[in-house]
Ligand binder design. Sequence first.
Ligand code: ADP
Ligand code: ZN
Length: 664
Amino acid sequence: MDQVISVAINYPLYQTFKYLVPNSLGKVSIGGRVLVPFGKKTIVGIVIKKEKYVSKDKIDYKLKSAINLIDDYGLVSTEIMKICTWASDYYEYPIGQVLFGALPSQIKQGIALSNIKIFKSEYKELSKNELKINLNHEQKMVFRDISKNIDTFSTSLIHGVTGSGKTEVYINLAKEVTSKNKQVLIIVPEINLTPQTITRFEMYIDKRIQSYHSGHTTKDKVTTWINARDGKLDIIIGTRSSIFLPFKSLGLIIIDEEHDASLKQQEKFKYHARDLSIMRAKNLNIPIVIGSATPSFESLHNVSLEKFKKYNLTKRYHKVDLPKITLVDLNKDLPEHGISKYLKDAIIKNLDNNKQSLLYIGRRGYSHALTCLECGWISRCKICESFMTYHKNQKILKCHHCGNYQSVSINPGTCDKCNLVPVGFGTQRIEDKIKELFPRARVLRIDSDAISSLKKLEDFIDKAKNNQVDILVGTQMIVKGHDFPSVTLVGIINIDSGLYNLDFRGLEKTAQLITQVAGRSGRKNEKGQVIIQTRRPEHPLLNTLLTDGYEKFALENLNERKKANLPPYSHLSLLKMSSIKKSTTFKFLEELKGCYSEQKSIFLLGPAEAPLSKKNNMFVHQLIIGSKNRTMLRKITKEIRQYIIQKKPYNMKWSIDVDPVDLY
Ligand code: ADP
Ligand code: ZN
């Protein structure tokens, strides 16, 4: 008898395909790869279901035969199959692409495992001289309580102020789990954070520790994939995609900086690594620990629903008080090229005392845009309609959305000779100004233009740590989790765009940013100072945050969200559609919305122009689908996805984002 199987393939298609496996090919295994004809091509597929057996005379003549079974066992384990199937369904993304996305490229290509050369892992030789950590009282309490239930599923949220030593708690938990020969997965939001995290774990745990992120070569990635699967690695520290790695016996998942938006993939398959990790931990019946100094509102809400258990680390390990925060009213203290007198004086004082200062600016490049004071010309991207950032060093204007760039012409506007001035501030402009104001200071800029590799970032951070720098200027890149022991002054150049963001998460993100940036100040020896420049010093958010702290602020804001029926009190999916002609997508979305006018259990917002209303020459519209009821939202989101596929809208692109983190 021959067997019929269902196969998932690596195409943007929602259906799976049936093939016949002649008896002669051998035993079929779910999760095994199979070579199949597809159109005129031969491609690799993954068996996701065994259908019925058929006898030769009953075979549907249209059913094509598989060519070869690549694996005689489930290369994609039952466990990975389960999480991928769930994710495909939850995020409305094709199962084939989810499954193939979880595999290293050699395996995707169908190379037999026995033909894949495994390289030596880069982890250091085990040395048997690990240091012992002495946890302080608070750390001990958290560690003990979590380790009491280390063999079953539970979600613990560690809310620890910056510098409280969350990492040391993670290390102790990992030690406990690996001592029982189980594996640990630690997810950090940025590649940049992997080296320092590895270093800290290696100091205290004498186990095979390996990083996993997009910076590794394909050979290294497949090696890690195989070694993790075979139980030849004990600890993996990786970015969000490591949630799809196979493990021989995973015993614990840790998510650091769980509030960070980078844990959500924004392109194509829009999954959230924290949420998937919780699912995976649940499937495996193992604990998951998530941590942050500024927990996401979603997680705090889950604490109040008693889905997560919350632990607090309220004190900094090095017993340094949290920094003093001062608001500078830019309406009164008029800034000179972005820097108020108050901030300037504080920097001078710090320089005099040989202390380090750090200045945070939300944007790289020189300025937000260039404009002509005479004719009003402003630099816009022809492809996206967004502003083009001025990069002074290269003398170019660059669109940070599509990468389009052009050189700055002398006369872009309608004047005889344009009087061009920069609008807004980027890191380069602040760097220039700082160098001009303090010619003898050693200034170092850290942003994605200055940092081309992990190695370079490490060099820069070492420089800062070894006191070879007086003033650090940078973007998010210096904020996220890095420890600069000598920084005692932090300046936030401008917070206002975050206070008046259209996105309902604008305030949450701004509060997280302020708290995280502030946390870079005075970490080791002495109390630091934070100066926030703003034109809105009376803003209620700033005041609650500064007087009552992050948690109080969060609870107040959660109350507002509840009244407005916004997440986490409701759930959203975001549908985006784009086309060359502006009216087509709008009309399509209006029609779609019309189909649901009777539906009371959901709400539809839009259609409206997307915040980036034109991207790569396509006009983008969006429709927000929301409901208090998660099951209902999933049902309608699926229906809408099926509606679009069935209508096959001509020349239109679309995407669905379930639980979007950026709405506007
Ligand atoms: P967080 O991640 O919570 O901001 P860290 O884990 O970076 O804090 O800890 C802050 C500092 O305190 C680090 O320099 C760390 O090495 C130190 N530290 C924290 N806990 C301990 C401990 N138990 N023993 C020694 N050093 C510790
Ligand atoms: Zn553009």
